[in-house]
Design a protein around this ligand. Sequence first.
Ligand code: UDP
Length: 376
Amino acid sequence: MTKPRILVVFGTRPEAIKLFPVVRTLTDRGDVSVRTCVTAQHRGLLDQVLEIAGLVPDIDLDLMEPGQTLDRLTARLLTGLGAVLDAERPDMVVVQGDTATAMAGAMAAYYRKVPVAHVEAGLRSGDIYHPWPEEVNRRMIAPIAALHFAPTDTAAEALRREAIDPARIHVTGNTVIDALHWTRDRIAREPALASGLLPIADRVRDKRLVLVTTHRRENFGDGMTAIARALARIAAREDVAVLFPMHPNPNVGGVMDAVLGDNPRILRIDPLDYPHFVAALDLAHLVLTDSGGVQEEAPALGKPVLVMRETTERPEGVAAGTARLVGTDEDRIVSEIFTLIDDHAAYAAMARAHNPFGDGHASNRIAEIIADACRG
Ligand code: UDP
């Protein structure tokens, strides 16, 4: 009997981080045939994850173009993925989250009446421009998907409100927690995987380390300038060190160069590969970010996370008390960080390890349900 054919499609760093545990688990089962297709919507950052996860994609569309518009990217994704589906003829397509790749992958599958499994389904901010265009990307996948893997009850409830058949919604936890556990276990066995961080750990030994990431489109421009100014004020304190692995988007680096120059107090470095980033999270006293994935990882490690956004589709971290929305107002960012550094009770109240986003076994649940659905 031929095995059901599953095609897993992804294009960016966060998708790769959240899908490699699913690909590994599905492959290890042996009862389905798993093929992977990367669009390389974000080439460099994607390749870092593929390497560390030991994933060699079966198909690589290499669609990255400098400065590509959303229209051109989406058009190329749709035609490129359509051709892949015609050649591969999978029984199911797996997409993750809310990127253009996920949306176009779901559309191309729908045009061929191939069922779609959506990992990390049901995240909603309620505002189609925050995050943009991700809120609409993920909403467009919902009516198409045959299987909705909601990370939390909140996400499942959002899908039910959109009249998605409850029988098709499965609360699994977020696979990012699986990726985090897998990576920490690997670092424990092979410390060399994250040893590049040792010189930094040495340098910040007596300081409170603030780990910063920012890349959201909504924060480009004035928001980014305010973030840069806030970082300069935070790093001026003797007892604080700022570690900032910088996203390669020029909208980030350009502003940081203009505002921060070569400020030696802010350790601006290239994006870290995943094990090094996980080690940096472990080292951090607190985290300042506008990232989705980092909002999920920090609570799992008991690190307070200040989120530089006005709304979040991940309210579970805020409800659990480990995340707080601080927007991009310069004074607000500075005062929230200083409070966490100076007020031990405020820090202790946030620095409790919580796993509102999952228990590290999401991929097992997802693989089981996909295999069951394929058996019919
Ligand atoms: N990350 C990483 N290296 C870095 C910064 C982040 O590996 O230098 C990881 C992080 O652990 C998280 C993911 O990248 O799992 C988040 O990606 P990003 O912030 O680009 O996207 P988002 O999650 O906001 O979609």
